[in-house]
Design a protein around this ligand. Structure first.
Ligand code: ZN
Length: 404
C-alpha cells in the first residue's frame, strides 16, 4: 500500500519532509519518499503523519475517581499512606476499578497513544488488574508502587523491584538514605529502574528530596516542578536523568510549571524528555491534549518557539520511547508499519506545521495506519484489527529490554 501525506516526521531525529509517499507492507515500512509526484493508493489531504504517541506517566487506577477532592490540597489526596485516594479506591469494587482502567486505556488508544508508563498503586494487586485485560491495549511499562500499609517498608520496595524490575515511588523521602542505597543496589543487580515523583510541590523541594537522586543509578524523574538551575546542574544534568513532564497536573495543583530554560537545556544536551498526563482522575490520557496546553503555557516564557514545539513533539514520541526503554525509533525504512495521521484543514494555511501539530493536534481528525489497514479514531475497528494486534505484539517484544 502506498499512502501520500502532506507532511511526515521521519527517523529518530523527527526530520520533517513534505509531500511524502510512504510504502507500507503488513510487516514493515518499505520506502519513504519526499516530494513525490503521484498520489499513491490513498492520499490524505491536509495531513501530518507522525510516530504513535507515548505517555510516560499515568495513574490509571484513579480513573474511577474522576474529579474527587476538588476542594482539598494535593498532599491530602495522593500522599502515602493516608491520602484520600487510597481510602476511596479501597471502597470501590474490583470490577469497577477494572472497568475504569479499560476505559482509560481505550481513551488513550483513541487518541493515538500506543505506549504508556503506568504507575500502579497497591503493588501486586495493581498489576493483577492489567493481567485481566485481554482486549487490545497500549503497550504498558508498569511501575508498581507498594500498597499504602507498606509505604515505608524497604523490604516491600525490594520485593517489587526484584519481581518487576521497576518500581514507582510517591517520593524519594519515603525511604532513608541507607534504604535508598540498598534499593539502588538491587536495581543495578536486576537491571531495574526506579520512577519517582521529585520536587512536585514546593514543600518537597524545600525538604530537598532531589538530593536523593545522587544515590540512584537508574531513575526516571517525574515533575521537577520547582527544580532550580543550581539543583539541575548538580543533581540532574550530571546524571543524564530522563525527565517526565506533567504540566497540566503541575499547573492545576500549584499554578506553577518546571523552568522552561532547564527543559530546553535538557533537550539540547540530548537527554531524554517525555510527556506524562499523571492522574487520570483529573486529566485525560491524551498526549495531544497535554502538549497543546504545554505550548500555550510555555510560549511566553521562551523566545525560541520553534524549538519549544519540536521539543514537545520529541517528548511525546522519541524522547518518551527512550525514557521508557522502548526499542523503537519512529518512522524509518524497515520499522514496524504503524503511524498516526492527523488531518485538519488549517494545516494547509500553517506558517509552521510543527507548532500547528502541537497546538491543534488534539482537535484534528485522527487515523491510525497499521500495516495495510486504515483505522479512523475513535472507532471499534481498532479492536478488530489483526494487523494492529500483530504490530503491537512485535513492538512489545522490542520494548523494555533496556532502559537508558
Ligand atoms: Zn504521578
Amino acid at each position: 500500500m502506498r499512502i501520500k501525506v502532506d507532511y511526515v516526521f521521519i527517523n529518530e531525529n523527527l526530520e520533517l519532509i513534505e509531500n511524502a509517499c510512504i510504502d507500507i507492507s503488513s510487516s514493515s515500512i518499505i520506502n519513504i519518499e519526499s516530494n513525490c509526484k503521484d498520489v499513491g493508493d490513498i492520499y490524505f489531504p491536509s495531513s501530518i503523519a507522525l510516530p504513535p504517541l507515548c505517555n510516560a506517566h499515568i495513574h490509571i487506577l484513579d480513573n474511577a475517581l474522576v474529579e474527587y477532592g476538588e476542594d482539598q490540597k494535593l498532599s491530602n489526596l495522593v500522599s502515602l499512606p493516608y491520602g484520600k485516594k487510597y481510602e476511596l479506591l479501597k471502597k470501590l469494587s474490583k470490577d469497577t476499578i477494572l472497568k475504569s482502567i479499560k476505559e482509560v486505556l481505550t481513551e488513550a488508544l483513541n487518541n493515538g497513544v500506543l505506549f504508556l508508563g503506568a504507575l500502579l498503586e497497591f503493588g501486586d494487586e495493581g498489576v493483577q488488574y492489567l493481567r485481566k485485560i485481554e482486549s487490545l491495549s497500549p503497550i504498558i511499562k508498569i511501575f508498581p508502587q507498594p500498597p499504602p500499609e507498606q509505604w515505608n517498608n524497604v523490604d516491600a520496595y525490594i520485593e517489587i523491584l526484584k519481581k518487576y524490575k521497576s518500581i514507582g515511588m510517591d517520593t524519594l523521602l519515603t525511604l532513608n538514605w541507607d534504604e535508598l542505597k540498598l534499593l539502588d543496589h538491587v536495581a543495578r543487580e536486576v537491571n531495574g529502574v526506579i520512577k519517582a515523583h521529585v520536587s512536585e510541590t514546593l514543600n518537597l523541594f524545600n525538604k530537598r528530596d532531589f538530593e536523593r537522586l545522587s544515590l540512584l543509578t537508574k531513575v526516571l524523574l517525574v515533575h521537577g516542578t520547582y527544580i532550580t538551575s543550581d539543583v539541575y546542574e548538580q543533581y540532574i544534568k550530571v546524571r543524564n536523568i530522563p525527565w517526565i513532564l506533567c504540566l497540566r497536573s503541575n499547573y492545576y495543583h500549584s499554578r506553577y510549571v518546571p523552568d522552561i530554560n532547564l527543559i530546553q537545556a535538557h533537550y539540547k544536551h540530548n537527554f531524554p524528555i517525555a510527556i506524562g498526563t499523571d492522574n487520570s482522575s483529573w486529566f485525560t490520557p491524551s498526549v495531544l491534549d497535554e502538549i497543546s496546553f504545554a505550548y500555550t503555557i510555555y510560549r511566553v516564557m521562551t523566545n525560541d518557539r520553534k524549538l519549544l514545539a519540536y521539543l514537545l513533539l520529541y517528548a511525546s514520541t522519541i524522547g518518551c520511547y527512550k525514557t521508557l526503554g522502548i526499542g523503537y525509533h519512529g518512522l524509518e525504512v524497515g520499522a514496524p508499519p504503524i503511524m498516526l495521521i492527523l488531518q485538519n484543514p488549517v494545516f494547509n494555511y500553517s506558517h509552521n506545521i510543527t507548532i500547528s501539530l502541537v497546538k491543534r493536534g488534539y482537535s484534528s481528525e485522527k487515523i491510525l495506519i497499521a500495516g495495510e489497514e486504515i483505522i479512523p479514531l475513535p472507532s471499534t475497528q481498532m479492536y478488530k484489527s489483526k494487523e494492529l494486534r500483530n504490530i503491537l505484539s512485535k513492538l512489545s517484544f522490542l520494548s523494555f529490554h533496556k532502559v537508558n
